[in-house]
Write a protein that binds this ligand. Sequence first.
Ligand code: ARG
Length: 460
Amino acid sequence: MTLWGGAFSQPTDDAVRRLNDSLRFDWRLYEVDITGSMAWAEALADAGVITAAERDALLGGLERVRAEFAAGQFVPAPTDEDIHTAVERRLGEIVGPVAGKLHTGRSRNDQVATDVLLWLLDAVPRLTDLMADLMAALLEKAVAHTGTLMPGTTHFQPAQPLTAAHWLLSHFWALARDSERLEHFAEAWRDKCPLGSGALAGTPYPIDRQRLAERLGFRAPAPNSLDAVADRDHVAEYLFAAALIGAHLSRLSEDLIVFANPAFGFVRLDERYSTGSSLMPQKRNPDPLELARGKAGRLVGHLAGLLTTLKGLPAGYNKDLQEDKEPLFDAHDTLITLLPPLTGLIGALTLVPERMRAALDEGMLATDLADYLVSRGVPFRQAHGLAGRAVRLAEQKGVSLSALTLDDYRTLSDAFGPDVAQVFDFDAAVARRAVFGGTGEVAGQIERARAWLSGRKPLS
Ligand code: ARG
């Protein structure tokens, strides 16, 4: 028996059922679906719609259904369309006809919207905890490499020297923002409990929606029942956050893939986090990093897919909205599967300071050469031109900037003095950038990163 067949004289076509049914993926909502149903049974009793004894029968039965699911003993019936109908069908088998009172004044539309929100509120801290583990690994590696210098790039061309710690922490802060973004979203979701919206117009029973919302851990009920059943903003927000995390993990991975290439040799991947080739014995392939980079595409795709689903929908619930769940679960599973190996990989990563330092080129001090002239009273724009000419002169002579003689420099400008030699010191160039957030202030940054990690509180 379906839960809605009264007006129908024929059963649903089998092929349509296979298309329509969502239990194969939305069973994952069982816990939140039952939590929502328990709160609804309480609300119905509070409103005098069912008796206290009926409420208790429903609560006891729902508890048993939950236990069956948790123990992996729930047996789906062929008529179970989705998790909501499956739970109600089983509840009826357990408690008898009183189960038929649970859906009074409720619709699967407000039910599913509530379920997904509750699921998300639970999913966010599970994700941000794993992100914090990766951030801790990045931070720990940074602490070990505050004195390791490497070439920083812009346009992927050698630009200025950086500490390796500064580079590692650049990825830390991107993840910190992603984590804050998710927690921000989750906070806002707490203001819009959909339950009590009915199918679209609200419920005719005197339900105290504020109380119901609070029972489920929300701060307030959704303000418009029609919006509440059709809104999937929260899923889109989660998918956006997931896509951006994917992009950030992909950028981290790309850095590591390049740096692990023997032509760079800045890092070595631990054997446990790389794989070999079936043909070429010398290969050490960064597969986990490539998968991280590849999965970013999949995460972006989920966001684009959902937004496309949402954009043309008329007011109210439409079955198109059932398409929110597979991308949502897949995005979550993708990140949950991806983060732990990346955390392990970073923890076991070897940086090769000699290779990083050997890649520093004095050309990366040309800005410092210009700044030297600034300290001697030359306006920066002119100093930039003179330093550029010094670079060209060194290239013409086939030497490095520090190998140019004072006379060479003086042919360019009288502003050069014998102390110009002091410019050609990579460590000093790093140390000079001691402004807040600069590479020479990485010790302070490490303190702030530590404070960020220790200040983050789990949401629930
Ligand atoms: N499985 C459905 C979904 O995920 C539940 C809501 C169904 N509502 C309805 N009116 N058919 O969207």
